[in-house]
Design a protein around this ligand. Structure first.
Ligand code: ATP
Ligand code: MG
Ligand code: FE
Length: 346
């Protein structure tokens, strides 16, 4: 069966195509993404109206490129999956409207799916089916959560989350403070390679003995970076950008990996999946690798391309739903900007 996935929750228009074989195996046939990120860069963040318009313009060309890349025609598509939340209201509407139109015209089932579950499902395209139970660390621009995944096609439970900023949001805000472009993850990751991760002592939020064990906080870290930079400026000292990046990145990776490994041990779960845009971070995956090895935990991190927003992950999640025999969504499928992570499909 051929499952086509449409993603439009933020600033990436994605169309992915996956082939599901009778054994439940999946082959990625196409993964086309058009991003409006350049149009948002000068504002330092995504402008919802600009994103919606860009989705509208990119949807059909991206669809055509995906069909071309897969070497198939629309008539070969057996099911359509689409992100129906969480995300920007106007952006979600474009993808869902397109998906409904294609599903109705082709007379194929429609699956409205959760973007966050999609981030986790992305890993199955690279590493195959998930074990019966795994822990997922979801780290993206809008979310930072620890999830217990018992069934990617339905049973996901949140066991912890950030109480303020998401990890990706912290990267984007810190980049702004030190004058690096938006989005901040890639340039900070790059600058950090040249810096000393122990040069500056930045705080590790919520890691005290009395703090909630599986929750995160990154706004204090962001403020600490801002204060440190201001002090340098007051003292007329230059800003050692590489050292700031390396020290900030170390603090983020340290907290995320320590808490994830701790949670896996405490819940007796043997596999950790890291996904979402920040999973593309070199230090996060490197430190996770070290700590999981020490703790005897299997680590799965998809390649960077599958970590950031894309349509392939939505097609993959759709394929899991098709394989599980889940009832499709109605053509009245609503969008839900605040869709909770435990609602895998609607
Ligand atoms: P959500 O999935 O929560 O709705 P989103 O879809 O906007 O949010 P993603 O596209 O999954 O988020 O991830 C984007 C985030 O990932 C941005 O904040 C970006 O800075 C961050 N990011 C991308 N690459 C890297 C990297 N190499 N290191 C750190 N962060 C990164
Ligand atoms: Mg994005
Ligand atoms: Fe995302």
């Amino acid at each position: 069966k051929i499952i086509l996935g449409i993603e439009s929750s933020c600033d990436e228009t994605g169309v992915g195509i996956v082939r599901l074989d009778s054994q439940g195996g999946m082959t990625l046939l196409a993964d086309e993404v058009a991003s409006s990120v350049d149009q948002h860069a000068r504002f330092g963040g995504v402008v919802p109206e600009v994103a919606s318009r860009a989705h509208l313009e990119a949807m059909i060309p991206t669809m055509d490129r995906a069909l071309d890349a897969a070497g198939i025609q629309l008539s070969n598509v057996d099911a359509i999956a689409v992100t129906c939340g969480p995300g920007l209201a106007g952006a979600l509407l474009v993808g869902v409207a397109a998906a409904k139109a294609y599903a109705a015209a082709l007379d194929v089932p429609l699956y409205g799916v959760n973007h966050l579950a999609g981030h986790v499902a992305a890993d199955t395209l690279q590493h195959g089916a998930l074990p019966a139970e795994c822990l997922a660390l979801l780290v993206s621009g809008g979310h930072t959560q620890l999830l217990k995944v018992e069934d990617i096609a339905g049973k996901i439970t949140e066991i912890g989350s950030t109480i303020d900023d998401a990890a990706g949001e912290a990267y984007d805000k810190v980049a702004r403070i030190i004058g690096l472009p938006y989005p901040g993850g890639p340039p900070i990751d790059k600058a950090a390679q040249q810096g000393n991760p122990t040069a500056i002592k930045f705080p590790r939020g919520l890691t005290g003995p009395r703090d909630p064990r599986f929750d995160f906080s990154f706004s204090g870290l962001k403020t600490a970076v801002a204060r440190w930079v201001e002090q340098q400026e007051r003292d007329d000292k230059p800003i050692p950008v590489e050292d700031v990046c390396a020290s900030f990145q170390e603090a983020v990776a340290d907290v995320l990996t320590a808490k994830a490994v701790h949670a896996a041990k405490e819940l007796g779960i043997g596999t950790l999946v890291i996904s979402g845009g920040v999973a593309a971070n070199s230090r996060l995956s490197g430190l996770a690798r070290e700590r999981c090895e020490q703790a005897g935990i299997e680590l799965r991190v998809p390649r960077p391309r599958l970590c950031t927003d894309n349509g392939a992950m939505i097609a993959a999640l759709g394929a899991h739903l098709v394989a599980a025999g889940v009832r499709p969504s109605s053509l009245e499928l609503p969008t839900d900007p605040g869709l909770p992570v435990d609602t895998v499909y609607v």
